[in-house]
Design a protein. Structure first.
Ligand code: ADP
Length: 219
């Protein structure tokens, strides 16, 4: 199967970090920035780089951007350029357009013009760090809805040697351990007899309240 090709527009801190990671993951990435210095800095890392203004439709067409599977607009402060670029990319027919938004209003406009995915890196990172500060064992979480969340919690030393039956999260708190990530592999849908060890990671699904009480009483 052909691997997806990405174009990242705006090679500031966010765009360049995203583009580098896509390369690390084995994908081809074209990086575009109107600033020559930003482009030069990425020229040895990305598959192709171009110095260009992405609000110029002729430039986007001549670069064959419509043939890319996904375009990420990572333009920072210039909201007008971000919106214009996103409209042009959708117009040209790029399958998936992902755009970084700086504010809720910017995000709303992007959604209205049909951007496939709007991301709020600063807002989301702020929320993530706050969660990690209040619960130090929290490694990561995904909000499934307003009520339901999946969290990854590291197993503290004092729970080492205990099995899931001892903790009984479903009966006592209503949340379920759906996987245990161990050094030597992942146990999916663990049984009550599965033993926990320090440095294991429990993947738990439940409502925010259920997970919070499990975390505060057990972890
Ligand atoms: P970050 O917070 O991710 O560092 P920046 O605002 O510093 O964001 O970076 C955004 C990048 O987007 C800059 O390198 C800037 O040159 C680039 N950029 C802004 N407008 C355009 C445009 N119209 N075409 C191409 N690149 C652009």
């Amino acid at each position: 199967m052909k691997r997806s090709q990405y174009v990242v527009i705006g090679l500031g801190r966010f765009g360049s970090s995203l583009a580098k990671e896509l390369i690390n993951l084995g994908y081809e990435v074209l990086g575009i920035d109107k600033d020559e210095e930003a482009v030069d800095e990425m020229s040895d890392t990305l598959t192709h780089v171009v110095t260009a203004d992405s609000t110029d439709e002729d430039v986007l067409r001549s670069l064959g951007i419509r043939n890319f599977d996904c375009a990420i607009v990572a333009i920072g402060d210039d909201i007008q350029a971000s919106i214009l670029t996103a409209i042009l990319l959708k117009d040209i027919g790029v399958k998936t357009v992902v755009t970084k938004a700086l504010s809720e209003l910017h995000g709303k406009v992007l959604q209205k013009i049909g951007v496939d995915r709007v991301i709020f890196p600063e807002r989301d990172m702020g929320i993530r760090v706050a969660h990690q500060l209040v619960s130090p064992n929290l490694l990561d979480y995904i909000e499934l809805s307003n009520d339901y969340t999946i969290v990854e919690l590291s197993v503290p030393k004092r729970l080492s040697g205990r099995c899931l039956k001892d903790l009984d999260p479903r009966a006592k708190y209503g949340c379920s351990v759906v996987a245990i990530n161990k050094k030597h592999g992942v146990i999916i849908a663990p049984s009550a007899a599965d033993m926990l060890e320090e440095q294991d990671v429990m993947v738990i699904i439940g409502t925010n309240d259920q997970i919070e009480s499990f975390e505060s009483e057990v972890i």
